[in-house]
Design a protein around this ligand. Sequence first.
Ligand SMILES: Nc1ncnc2c1ncn2[C@@H]1O[C@H](COP(=O)(O)OP(=O)(O)OP(=O)(O)O)[C@@H](O)[C@H]1O
Length: 273
Amino acid sequence: MNITIDRQKGSKTNVLGNERHSDKKTKISVSDLNLFYGEKQALYSVSLDIKEKEVTAFIGPSGCGKSTFLRTLNRMNDLIDSVKISGKVIIDNENIYESSDVIKLRTKVGMVFQKANLFPMSIYDNVAYGPRMHGIKNKKELNKIVEESLRGAAIWDEVKDRLKTSALGLSGGQQQRVCIARAIAMKPDVILMDEPTSALDPISTLKVEELITQMKKDYTIIIVTHNMQQAARISDKTAFFLNGEVVEYSSTDKLFSVPQDKRTEDYITGRFG
Ligand SMILES: Nc1ncnc2c1ncn2[C@@H]1O[C@H](COP(=O)(O)OP(=O)(O)OP(=O)(O)O)[C@@H](O)[C@H]1O
């Protein structure tokens, strides 16, 4: 496969991968992270830093640990009994595995899944759900959060006249943007996205990609994708995973134009995976 780097406006790196804006703060620092499902090791000594207000993409063949790693960043793997984790994940100077406040963590680090998973309720109630659970009852305040979140997810104009109708009546692409609005409503710093466009048609995919590019001015975004063109289009940094290890991690331009590792080159040129 030939990867053409078709960067959208706002690219922060040049072709050689030299950062033009290297002043960004590290938001997440992962060191020596190992993860086991029972006896089976799924992540091997993963260490990487993620900068704030950038888009970071994880690519790699099926089963290489991308989603597992993504889920370590807001402790979603805690929900699986057999999981054992060692190593550190530091977000804003705090090791998230040493803090007991998982609810606070998942508010700060929101998540959008592969398939839109809206509740069978109105568009309004879907977006207001999280804030209500956090005790916000004031109607005016909720209206403001719902509008701001839907605007932030670039779907306000499409749904503003049908906020009280079922969210499940929207198209798949619209539903996915409402899911993004639902994540935004919790005012996170970081949004994890696990293959958010894999169930969408090309036009909806493009809308979500444009949205991600706009959102990075406010959020740190980490996306798992099978689509290398997508990683090339929207991410600032890319990590290539293989068999539970990070083989290569660099600016997206550099990784796709001058990969340093033969395995990365083989993968991005379609020799395997
Ligand atoms: N809940 C689980 N219990 C046991 N093993 C699991 C579980 N989830 C994932 N695994 C295993 O861990 C490894 C990594 O899986 P993971 O889903 O993280 O890979 P991935 O790169 O995201 O794959 P894909 O691209 O197909 O989604 C695989 O071998 C998988 O079978």
